[in-house]
Each structure stands twice: as structure tokens, then as C-alpha cells.
Design a protein around this ligand. Structure first.
Ligand code: NDP
Length: 490
């Protein structure tokens, strides 16, 4: 039998790779090494979910004073200081990265701060010149944001860059209509940036329930985000003096009065903050020519498979650059497995972690475990949030006859303060067997709610199970158990 340096070599120190490495070493007693070329924690911890959620929290304070005043407080809005927030954020990310390193060390995993690529099906070569062999290699290299293929696209920033901005721009154009585009539109608007968003399709958040995404789009516009659907960028260039003369003023200039002023305060006394060489002139498919301090491309993410020597060792790569794996995360090469975003299955942190755990069960615990990708609850951290699990009404109707239970109302907390905010609670129910096929919530803290609704739905709850659960009163979520009559049957 060949003698390898390790039982397992993991490439990539993000959520999935770190979990697999430390469980294989800690629980299964395997000899494990891990290589990471950048910071430990990966996209989620360093440039994704964690810093994004902290920015969501920061942005939500923008409304605090106006709501508090309606409740009898005498509070003024104050101003937002990006550099103070960013300093605090960086310290927190350093702390979390330290936690990840310690977890690996305490589990007995050898770590290499280097880029790794495959030399053969059992050998990894690293950018520091070292080579290691392993019986099994796990690729968990994640993905990266992509810009559209157009001239001057590098004038735009991507989501990774946001956390490093020296100053916030006064105005930004966001391209895209997915999770990242919509979340950053809301965050940056809350922090006082004038936000314009172009989405090429008819409605943002493609793939989610139509009613839910309709309400999110409406709420974003109501808050002052200038959202254009059916619109895309066709040209971009560094803005010149001529361009600023031709810039079309944003429709939100007037509507946003207060927050736009706030934006200029935190943007550092008129500093443009574009960080990629200043303002950008753009031309759109609707004929508009505009100048923005910054352009953010939130146009999707590609798997990190480039220049890794994968195909040379027999790993199959799919059309989008993803590693093709079977239900046990095994690639076309028997000794190489892959988990997380690099496989482009369901690109969410908790899914990568589960794939990592299932891999360890399969390979190191003699317990072949396929990953269950069905009924995964998820949240979009827009304002208001969306929480969703199961089928959209549109997808469910394709499959079978359904009853739709739905209610939309103004929640007590903000209605009292005279705010127009609305929430949506929706259940899509199988007419044949009464199973709840989908649950869609648009509301503050919908992410927290859907986690719990997700348990019931994963257990196969019927509409009648929801009905016989007593409401928690007075809450927004009680509506999910009090909807008696279907809104429609389809
Ligand atoms: P998405 O794939 O969700 O969205 C990409 C968007 O960009 C789509 O609206 C797409 O349009 C548009 N687009 C793609 N190419 C172009 C182009 N050439 N010109 C104009 N528009 C374009 O990717 P994201 O980057 O938003 O997110 C990546 C993944 O990260 C998500 O799928 C999700 O799994 C994960 N994520 C999860 C979060 C959460 O759980 N809260 C938060 C952030 C990310 P079209 O719809 O027409 O294809």
C-alpha cells in the first residue's frame, strides 16, 4: 500500500473545508493537512455572510430615530462614520480568523498558508515550493465574483471590494438582481448612499416566489432605491468633465433628501470614494447616460477551479467551471472529492458545511452519506428580509394543484410610527395531501422565522398541523397559523 504524508489534504480554508478538516482529524482521527492561500474563514467569514450581516445591522439604525420619535422619544438621527465601523469590522474579522486557525490547530490539522494545486491524484504542490501526498484530497476552494465581459468592466467593484472601501461613495450603480445586488442595494441605501440598481430581467430575485419578490422590489423603491428592471449597462468609461455635464440627475435625489445629506457626511467631506480611479460614466439599455461615484457588479459568482491542475488529473469540470461530483461529493477521480461553492450545487455556507460533514462520514467513518439538498431554508437580507423554504407558488403549480394561503399587512411596530412597510406571509399547500410545499415570508427578521418554519416543513407538516398550532400573540408570525381560507386555488 502506498505510504502517504496524510490521510486527507484539504485545499481551501473556508467554512466547508475547515469543518471537514477538523472533523476528519478530531472525530475520525485522520492525519489531515489544509492549505489556504488567503485568509482562514473564506468567503462567509472574511468577505461574505459575516461582514455583510454586520453591515445590515449598521444600516438598519438609519430608521431608529424616526421610529423611536413616534414612540415618544426625542432622538436625532446622527451620522454614520464608515471608517469607525470599518475599523471595528476589521478587528472582528481578525478575531474570527484567529478562531478558525485555533480550531484547526486544536484538532491537530497541519496548515499551510499557500496556494495549492494538484500534481497528480494523490499529490498537492504548493506556492511555497513544498509538495505533500495524501490518500484523499478534498477541494473546497469556493467561488469568486465575476464581472460581465465588457470594455472597462474593471472600473467597477465587486462585493469583495466593498469591505475595503476607504470611504463610501455618495452614489452607486448596482448591476444585477440576485441576492448580493439586492442586499447591498438595501445596505448601502441605509448607510446613506444614493443607490441605483439595474436588473436585466422583469423582476429581481429570479427563482423566488413572485409575490415575495414583488413586495421586496416595491419596498426597495418606496425606501428610495432607484430600481430599474429590464435595464442593463451597455458601456462604461472613466467620467470626464463632459460626462458630468450630461449626467441625468437621479430620480431619487429629491425623495432621498435627508439620507443623501447623510451620505455626503459619511462619505468623508465630498470624497468620491470610488476607489477604482474615481467616478464612472455609464450608458444603459434605456438610453440613459449617467455618472456614478461607483459601479458594483453583483452579476454572479464562478467556481474557483482555474489553474488547479484538476482536469489534468481526471476531474470533470462542468459548463460553469464547477467540479462535477456525485451525491457523495466524489469527483471523476476516485481519490479526489469536492464540496461547497466550487461544486455549484446550492451555494450557501450551511450547505457547504453539511457537504463537508457528509464527506467525512463517507470517507472516514465508513458510513456513506449523501447530502440532502431538499427543502433548504434560506434568507435574503434585504430590508425587509425574505425568508423562504420549499417551492415558490409558480414552481408548485407546475407540479400539482395547490391552495395558496397568503396575507399582507402593515406590522404593528412600524405602522404605529406611520411607516408604509408591509409584510407578507404565504403558504403553498398541496391540494392532494395538504402538505405545505412552500413557505415565504417577507418581514423584519424573516430569516429568524423561516429557520423555525423550516423544521415543520422538513418534517412534512400539513396545513392542518399549522392550523392546530396556537398563535403567539401579538406577533407578526402568528399569521402563519391563522390563515383560514385559501386566497386562490391553482
Ligand atoms: P446570483 O446568481 O444570485 O445573481 C446574479 C445576478 O446578476 C442575476 O440577477 C443575473 O441576472 C445578473 N447577471 C448575471 N450576468 C449578468 C450580466 N452579464 N449582465 C447583467 N446582469 C447579469 O448571484 P449573486 O452574486 O447575487 O450571489 C451568488 C450566490 O451567493 C447566490 O446564488 C447565493 O447562493 C449566495 N448568496 C447567498 C446569500 C444569502 O444566503 N443571503 C447572500 C449572498 C449570496 P439573471 O437573473 O437574468 O440571470
Amino acid at each position: 500500500m502506498a505510504d502517504y504524508d496524510y490521510d486527507l489534504f484539504v485545499i481551501g480554508g473556508g467554512s466547508g473545508g475547515v469543518r471537514a478538516a477538523r472533523v476528519a482529524a478530531g472525530d475520525a482521527g485522520a492525519r489531515v493537512a489544509l492549505a489556504e492561500e488567503d485568509r482562514y474563514g473564506g468567503t462567509c467569514v472574511i468577505r461574505g455572510c459575516v461582514p455583510k450581516k454586520l453591515m445590515v445591522f449598521a444600516s438598519e439604525f438609519a430608521e431608529t430615530a424616526s421610529v423611536a420619535n413616534a414612540y415618544g422619544w426625542n432622538m436625532s438621527s446622527g451620522s454614520f462614520d464608515w471608517s469607525s465601523f470599518r475599523g471595528h469590522l476589521e478587528k472582528e474579522l481578525d478575531r474570527l480568523e484567529g478562531v478558525y486557525r485555533t480550531l484547526l490547530k486544536n484538532s491537530g490539522v497541519d496548515t499551510f498558508d499557500a496556494r495549492a494545486r494538484l500534481k497528480d491524484a494523490h499529490t498537492v504542490e504548493m506556492s511555497n515550493g513544498e509538495t505533500r501526498t495524501a490518500k484523499t484530497i478534498l477541494v473546497a476552494t469556493g467561488g469568486r465574483p465575476v464581472r460581465p465581459d465588457m470594455p472597462n468592466a474593471d472600473l467597477g467593484i465587486v462585493s469583495d471590494d466593498i469591505f475595503h472601501l476607504e470611504t463610501l461613495p455618495k452614489s452607486i450603480l448596482i448591476i444585477g438582481g440576485g441576492y448580493i445586488a439586492c442586499e447591498f442595494a438595501c445596505i448601502l441605501h441605509g448607510l446613506g448612499v444614493e443607490v441605483t440598481q439595474y436588473y436585466r430581467g422583469a423582476q429581481i430575485l429570479r427563482g423566488f416566489d413572485d409575490e415575495a419578490r414583488g413586495l421586496i422590489a416595491e419596498s426597495m423603491r418606496e425606501r428610495g432605491i432607484e430600481l430599474h428592471t429590464g435595464t442593463n449597462i451597455v458601456e462604461m468609461a472613466p467620467a470626464s468633465a463632459d460626462h458630468s455635464m450630461t449626467a441625468v440627475p437621479t430620480a431619487s435625489d429629491a425623495a432621498m433628501g435627508a439620507s443623501a445629506q447623510q451620505g455626503s457626511v459619511m462619505a468623508g467631506e465630498g470624497d468620491t470614494g470610488a476607489n477604482r480611479g474615481g467616478p464612472v460614466w455609464i450608458k444603459a439599455t434605456n438610453g440613459h447616460e449617467r455618472v456614478f461615484d461607483s459601479v458594483l457588479f453583483a452579476t454572479g459568482r464562478d467556481p474557483n477551479t482555474r489553474d488547479m491542475g484538476l482536469e489534468e488529473v481526471g476531474v470533470e469540470i462542468g459548463r460553469r467551471g464547477e467540479i462535477v461530483v456525485d451525491e457523495f461529493s466524489k469527483t471523476a477521480s476516485d481519490s479526489i472529492y469536492a464540496i461547497g461553492d466550487v461544486t455549484n450545487r446550492v451555494n450557501l455556507t450551511p450547505v457547504a458545511i453539511r457537504e463537508g460533514m457528509a464527506f467525512v462520514e463517507t470517507v472516514f467513518k465508513n458510513n456513506p452519506t449523501a447530502v440532502d439538498h431538499d427543502l433548504i431554508p434560506s434568507a435574503v437580507f434585504t430590508q425587509p428580509e425574505m425568508g423562504t423554504v420549499g417551492l415558490s407558488e409558480e414552481d408548485a403549480r407546475e407540479r400539482e394543484e395547490v391552495e395558496v394561503y397568503c396575507t399582507s399587512f402593515r406590522p404593528m411596530r412600524t405602522a404605529f410610527a406611520g411607516k408604509p412597510d408591509r409584510v407578507l406571509m404565504k403558504l403553498v399547500v398541496s391540494k392532494a395531501n395538504r402538505t405545505v410545499l412552500g413557505c415565504h415570508i417577507v418581514a423584519p427578521d424573516a430569516g429568524e422565522m423561516i429557520q423555525l418554519a423550516g423544521i415543520a416543513i422538513k418534517m412534512g407538516a400539513t396545513k392542518e398541523d399549522f392550523d392546530r398550532t396556537v398563535a403567539v400573540h401579538p406577533t407578526m408570525s402568528e399569521e402563519i397559523v391563522t390563515m383560514k381560507t385559501p386566497m386562490r386555488t391553482a
